[in-house]
Structures are given as C-alpha cells and as structure tokens.
Design a protein around this ligand. Structure first.
Ligand code: UD1
Length: 417
C-alpha cells in the first residue's frame, strides 16, 4: 500500500497549474459514447477514477488511446450496455453511464455503483428521473436493468438538486424527440461544462447553471475535441494548504467565480487573495485568526467537497470554529485521524465543533476517503515532525501527482510504495 511521508513546517511558495476537474471529466467521458465518431479529451487527468471509467468504456466496446494528456475515444463498436459488476463497485460515477448507455443502446444492465464511503449515496433520484422519461427500470438483486425503447421527452422535477442525477438525465434525454424540461436541477459548474461538451457535439441543451435545464432532442451527435474545466476542488485544496502552512502561491488555469464561497470565507482570515489576468495569488503569513461559521450547501454555497479541508484548517485557527455538513451525512469520518495529530474536534450530528490549537504533531494516519485524505496531507504539511499518511489510493482517485505539486512548492513529501 502506498503512503506519503511528510516532514511539515515548510512555507509553500511557487505556482500551481490547476488540472482539469475530475467531476467534469467523468460525466464527459460517459458522454463520449453518445456519438460513434471520435472524441478527443484534452488535458485529461491521470486519476484512478478516470482509469476506471475508461476501463468501463473499453468493456462496452470503446477503443481508447492516451497520447500525452489527450484521451482519444472511439465508440463506433459500442454494441451492448452491460457494465461489469466489479468496475461499477469501484466507481460511483459508473451511474452516469446509465443515461448515456440508454441514449446510445436503448438498454442497460448495471450493478449498483460503489465509490467514496461518505454516506448513503442513494440513486433514487436518478431512477425516478429515468422513469419520468418513460424508461422502464427494474431493480433486482443489486442490479439495475433499464429499457428506453419507449423513452418520451417529459417535464420533470427532481426531489433534490443531485449533481449526478442532473447529468445522467441530460444525457438520457439527448435524443428523446421533443422537449425535455428538468426542474430543480443542480447548478454546479461541472453541469454547465457537460452542457458545453454535449452542445459542442451537436446537442441542444440550455439552462445549466440555472435551476431548469431544457433539452431538445436531436437525431445524432458528432465527434469533438474538448478541454474540460479546471478543478475547483483541487484548487481549493491547495489554496487551503497554502493558508495553513503560510506562503505565496500563484494558481493558473482557475475560474475565480467557482471558488467564490471558499475565498469569501478565507478573506475573513489573515490571508490575502487577489486575482489578476486569470491568475489567483494566495498569500498567507501563517497566522490563523478565527474562521467564520461554515455550512456546506449546493452550489454556489460552500462545497461539501472542501468541507474536510476547511475543517483541517479550522483545527489550527484561533478560538472555536463551527462547521456543518448538510450534503453527506458521514463526511466527518476523518476526524478520528485528525485527533491523532492533536486536533480538538467534537462532532455532534452534522456539526463539527473545533477548538483551535497552535500546533499539530506528526503522526501515522490513514486516509479514509478522497477529501479526508487530502486534508490529512495538508495537516501533515503544517505539523511538527513527520506524518505518514497511508492508504493514499483514496487520494489518488481525485488528485494527480499531489506529492509532485507540493514538492514543487517547497514542501517535504515523498510517495512510498
Ligand atoms: C457529485 C460529486 C461529488 C460531490 C457531490 C455533491 C461527481 C463525480 N461527484 O456527487 O464529488 O460531493 O456531487 O456536490 O461529480 N441523493 C439522493 N438520491 C439520489 C442522488 C443523490 O438522495 O438519487 C442525495 C445524496 O445522498 C446527497 C445529495 O443528494 O445527500 C447530493 O448528492 P449528488 O449531488 O447526487 O452527489 P453525486 O452526484 O453523487
């Protein structure tokens, strides 16, 4: 099992080129099978989740090549919609394939998806949405069988603005004759990116970013070359580490608007964040005044995917911080590992109450999930002495070369197999 060995206490100085967003790339890859022409995804990150998605696509009959950071996908041989049980278990985003498989093949057979263990993560909204499009859905023994032979464009409303369900339904309805209206959709920027990708292939979708998406069915889609949006969550993770360790870091390939909720919280602390010519500069003198109260919420609220990282920062801020997780019920799993490093955190239901300490001490800790693991690395970079973070395969699901990036900023971090 791989681990990171970190010697903390270094300021972070330098530049970070923000990679493409995992959460944009995964649904986009699922969308590649909507055409039998070639699709090229530029700047495709090398991540475990991406590799698993590519393996699922290969299992469906896609021919995939990597050339540098490009991924070239040819789906002309896709002829069935059966997703292997093992890969569906590895990757929750396999669920995004349900919509695109149904649009392409008309029938799908998939095991219930696995993925990050951060709560119940049901898929009822996905399935109810498909049914509202007159798709037959049969759940049986951990499998989902769907038949879209009688798909009908419809006007439907989601119970919750689920990101995955919104993306799945956009793809399911892309060829449905007439106008599909999906209400109460998620507004996350990755949805607008999927809309842009599908429209660049010839789809007619509008409304992403608002609460209502309208899809006018088209007959077919064509090949395209596409560069997915920058990863706001990876950027946010590195920004938070800079604030924790103190330093001076420039972030390229960033969309500041996507990070507004994080920046507005951090701006109330001692760091200085400015944006000029598309480059975000984060300067921190290493002081950590009290953090304002934080509640995770759907976009444009504070993202649940940065909750662990901001909790890590809160462990070293002055006074008491209050952080409430409103999206995923068990996303405080990492706290027991935080405590091994000297953090003082109490969890009451969905709220963490954090008494800031001035120092953290290095410890042997285990990544329990993707974002929790990234938070342990940030704490290790700040802490006295040596921190060993094990089970970093969780981190590598969503962060490419995290050790390389931190090393380039002057940190002492080594990846050991
Ligand atoms: C996506 C992101 C994930 C992020 C999450 C919330 C990807 C690959 N993953 O996950 O990183 O943390 O958005 O921003 O893009 N829910 C239901 N029934 C459903 C679907 C969801 O009850 O059928 C609930 C979930 O349990 C959760 C909430 O809705 O409480 C939001 O989940 P959702 O937006 O669907 O998250 P994902 O798409 O899985």
């Amino acid at each position: 099992m791989s681990k990171y060995i970190i010697n903390g206490g270094k300021r972070l100085v330098g530049q970070v080129e923000v990679p493409s967003a995992k959460n944009a790339v995964l649904p986009i890859l699922a969308g590649c099978i909507l055409t039998d022409e070639q699709v090229v995804i530029h700047k495709c990150p090398k991540l475990r989740d991406v590799d698993n998605m590519l393996k699922i696509l290969q299992g469906l009959g896609c021919i995939i090549e990597r050339e540098g950071t490009d991924v070239i996908i040819n789906s002309s041989n896709v002829s069935h919609g059966i997703v292997s049980h093992d890969l569906a278990q590895e990757l929750r985003s396999s669920i995004f394939l349900l919509g695109s498989i149904l649009a392409r093949i008309g029938k799908a057979d998939m095991a219930y998806p696995g993925g990050c263990e951060i709560g119940l993560r049901p898929i009822d909204i996905h399935l109810e949405g498909l049914k509202a499009l007159n798709i037959e859905v049969i759940e049986d023994g951990g499998h989902i069988y769907c038949d879209a032979s009688n798909i009908k464009a419809s006007d439907l409303i989601l119970d919750l603005p689920s990101v995955g369900a919104t993306e799945n339904l956009m793809m399911a309805a892309v060829f449905a004759k007439g106008k599909t209206i999906i209400r109460n959709v998620a507004r996350e920027p990755e949805i607008a990116d999927l809309q842009d990708f599908l429209n660049s292939m010839g789809a007619k979708i509008r409304g992403a970013g608002s609460g209502v998406i309208v899809i006018e069915g088209v007959k077919s889609l064509h090949g395209v070359e596409y560069t997915p949006m920058p990863d706001r969550i990876a950027a946010g993770s590195y920004i938070i580490s800079t604030v924790m360790c103190g330093g001076d870091v420039e972030f390229n390939n960033i969309i500041p608007e996507h990070l507004r909720s994080l920046v507005s919280k951090l701006s109330k602390t001692a760091c200085n964040i400015s944006v000029k010519n598309g480059i975000m500069k984060v300067r921190s003198n290493g002081r950590h005044p009290r953090l304002p109260k934080i509640d995770t919420m759907y976009y444009p609220g504070f993202p649940t995917d940065l909750q662990s990282q901001i909790t890590a920062l809160a462990t070293i801020c002055d006074g008491t911080s209050i952080i409430t997780e409103n999206i995923f019920e068990t996303r405080f799993k990492q706290i027991s590992e935080f405590r091994k490093m000297g953090a003082k955190v109490e969890v009451k239901g969905r709220t963490a109450i954090i008494e800031g300490v001035s120092r953290l001490s290095g410890a042997e800790v285990t990544a329990e999930d993707l974002r929790g693991g990234a938070s342990l690395v940030s704490m290790g970079l700040f802490a006295d002495r040596t921190t060993i973070v094990s089970d970093i395969y969780h981190i590598e699901r969503g962060y490419e070369g995290m050790d390389v990036i931190y090393t380039s900023l002057g940190a002492s971090i080594v990846r050991q197999d």
